[in-house]
Ligand binder design. Sequence first.
Ligand code: HEM
Length: 178
Amino acid sequence: MTNFIGDTHGQWKITRLQAVIGEPLENASHVRTEENAVHKSNAGIWTLRGFASNIRYTEKNEKEQLLAVQEGLGRQQATCAALIPIRKNEIWWALAQDERRAIFEKQSHHTELGLKYLPAIARKLYHCRDIGEPFDFITRFEYAPQHADAFEELVQALRKTEEWKYVDREIDIRLIRV
Ligand code: HEM
């Protein structure tokens, strides 16, 4: 599990903490991450907790395209980051797997759209619905300052998709490395 702790100190300084939809998150000035954390942290102002999991919707050809271009977190030049916790509503979770995949890719082109921004944007998806957390996902991104506008464009495009009609809580946290 990874703990993302909102606090008064940490590796990442918060430049924006904005509720896009739904209940806001308390203000904090920094985020620090604890990888491989056995317990949820009680420290700090809030803790978001999630784990990397297997893919759900990605098809083989998409997986191959992603693997061919994507870069990992922790690149020297990637001093900007975004942490975007997201929850989807009960209508989404009541759908069958194939219905969700159709909304995610056929209607919303999530992977197709996202692929255009690789390798500039590094990404990692954490799941947290099944561990009783307030969000279903924590999405994490890292990029160099010159790609900040491109990242903004991608986020805005995704928020206009059919998939996002099912998002009922989303917090946009932007960070710069300390
Ligand atoms: C940087 C380019 C991006 C690419 C290439 C990308 C690609 C993907 C892929 C392939 C999946 C499916 C994983 C699976 O099969 O389970 C996924 C899931 C997801 N992505 Fe992205 N994504 C990108 C950007 C974003 C952004 C900017 C956000 C948030 C604003 C976001 C939010 C999510 C969420 C919440 C999920 C989980 C959806 C679900 O399981 O219902 N992604 N993404």
